[in-house]
Design a protein around this ligand. Structure first.
Ligand SMILES: C[S@@+](CC[C@H](N)C(=O)[O-])C[C@H]1O[C@@H](n2cnc3c(N)ncnc32)[C@H](O)[C@@H]1O
Length: 171
């Protein structure tokens, strides 16, 4: 009996790992694999974004939701877009655990999201995808919207503020 339970547990674990790694590879091709931002840099991102309670912010590729849950303390409406189902359900579980009302997590391909609804965007992409994303941001976001990029720069777009690898761009 116990052997059967242990075998079942291993099968479920392997299946979850398989799904996680499949989506990590898929995300790498689409925008960026899951690499969580350090807590130190999450604080910098929130600070440079200058969030307030009237803002609607979006973490594009929200991973385990760490940016969203800290950003939510500002009172802003915080939306996470995440394609990896394991990270999506993990973030939903955190939302339940922390009991925060102003965080919403959506399982969706970020390239299909209309960015016009957001005042603030945070992101951690890989360098080859930055130009494509810049074009989408400039085509969809309202003038004056804030975009905070961690790690990589947009080509030919000067940041308004910079704190080490955290950069603020104003549309
Ligand atoms: C570098 S991680 C950043 C995670 C989180 N924002 C952070 O800073 O800790 C990029 C995230 O984007 C997600 N991602 C990549 N491509 C995506 C896509 N096309 N649609 C939605 N999410 C995507 C990945 O699954 C991953 O969780």
């Amino acid at each position: 009996m116990w052997i059967l339970i242990a075998e079942l547990f291993l099968v479920v674990l392997y299946a979850l790992l398989l799904v996680f790694f499949f989506y990590t590879f898929y995300a790498f091709v689409k925008a960026a694999p899951f690499v969580p931002t350090s807590n130190h840099n999450v604080e910098k991102i929130i600070q440079i974004a200058g969030l307030n309670s009237t803002d609607t912010m979006c973490d594009l590729g929200s991973g385990d939701g760490r940016i969203l849950f800290l950003a939510a303390k500002s009172g802003a409406k915080c939306v996470g877009i995440e394609i990896n189902p394991i990270l999506y359900y993990f973030s939903k579980f955190k939302k339940l655990l922390y009991r925060v009302d102003n965080v919403e997590i959506i399982r969706q391909d970020l390239w299909k999201i209309d960015l016009a609804q957001f005042d603030v965007l945070t992101l951690f992409f890989i360098a080859p995808k930055m130009e494509k994303l810049m074009k989408k941001i400039k085509a969809e976001m309202k003038p004056g919207s804030r975009v905070v990029s961690y790690a990589f720069r947009f080509p030919n777009w000067q940041p308004t503020k910079e704190d080490e690898k955290v950069r603020l761009y104003v549309v």
